[in-house]
Write a new protein. Structure first.
Length: 319
């Protein structure tokens, strides 16, 4: 956790923006019997990180989140009381694992809203949820529609395990060979269906779809190929890492390429010059539908520090 927060700070100084979230884990990270001490540590770490950043006059706020135990776990209530009550003002969001219904979210929010005033936070605390079971996938549209849910993540390994052996263990990994026969997480039909359902529900309701982890963290080629597939083919706009070494490759895979940025800048700037009327560029028609698409590319380039300082599209991002 400390290494990830340090990397977040270093990369923020490099790029001038906070490039990724760090989620402090209480569900899988806390030892059995040590849950209270772990929650206290998470709250203290979140507060100290934000406090330290506030002393640096660069306007960059760290993005620190916490993952608590599932709502039906005996430690859930205590997690929320400690972490949200003590560090709610420091958190960018709270992660709820193993959500299976809107009822789970509402139940969790009761505890969150009761604990939040003690932290001094005024604004509501955004909720991110993990979709980790067949039942949750079946209900994913309703879950995504909840007004306080900001993002849905796919919990691959729990999802595979929830099938009682009906899905092979290969579906928890990524094959080094791009073959439909591999039945890895990008080719097993049930896993592919779950990913597509989650991404589609998020896009339908204006939420952020976050792709699951790749456990092969020592193989950079496999990681980058998986990240590109998650972004380009499955419609995810974020992705989890399980090790600090994965963060830069994931960010690179999700960021638009130099060619995409240049193309988007040219089309949007030409569109603005034409008063957003239809135009032709190299024999291809562009109108407001494509302007909207390429504007989104520019936004992503700006957010990931991929828009060159001298690019004419920088004018759109001047405060």
């Amino acid at each position: 956790m400390v290494k990830s927060l340090a990397l977040q700070a270093d990369m923020a100084q490099e790029s001038g923006a906070c490039m990724f979230d760090v989620t402090l884990d209480c569900e899988d990270g806390a030892p059995v019997g040590g849950e209270v001490d772990h929650a206290l540590m998470v709250a203290a770490l979140a507060n100290s990180t934000v406090e330290a950043a506030s002393k640096v006059d660069d306007g960059i706020r760290p993005r620190v989140a916490a993952r608590v135990h599932p709502v039906d776990h005996p430690c859930f209530q205590r997690d929320v009381e400690i972490i949200v009550g003590a560090a709610g003002a420091a958190l960018c969001h709270l992660m709820l694992p193993k959500v299976e219904s809107v009822t789970d979210i509402d139940r969790a929010l009761q505890a969150v809203e009761a604990a939040l005033p003690a932290s001094g936070r005024v604004l509501p605390l955004p909720i991110h949820v993990l979709i980790e079971s067949p039942l949750a996938v079946q209900r994913v549209a309703a879950i995504a529609s909840h007004p306080q849910v900001a993002s849905l993540s796919f919990g691959l390994m729990d999802f595979v395990s929830a099938h009682g052996g009906a899905i092979a263990a290969s579906a928890m990994g990524v094959s080094a060979h791009d073959s439909r026969d591999s039945l890895d997480q990008f080719n097993h039909p049930l896993v592919v269906r779950a990913k597509l359902e989650i991404a589609a529900a998020c896009h339908a309701h204006g939420k952020v779809p976050s792709h699951c982890v790749v456990t092969e963290f020592k193989d950079q080629a496999v990681l980058q190929a998986a990240a590109r597939m998650a972004c380009k083919a499955f419609g995810f706009t974020r992705m989890w890492s399980i090790h600090p070494d994965q963060i830069r490759p994931i960010l690179a895979a999700f960021a638009p390429s130099e060619h995409e940025v240049a193309q988007a800048s040219h089309i949007v700037c030409e569109g603005q010059a034409a008063g957003w009327a239809p135009i032709s560029i190299q024999g291809i028609l562009h109108d407001r539908a494509s302007y909207r698409y390429y504007w989104q590319v520019l936004e992503k380039a700006h957010q990931t520090a991929r828009l060159p300082a001298n690019d004419p599209a920088q004018v759109f991002f001047v405060a």
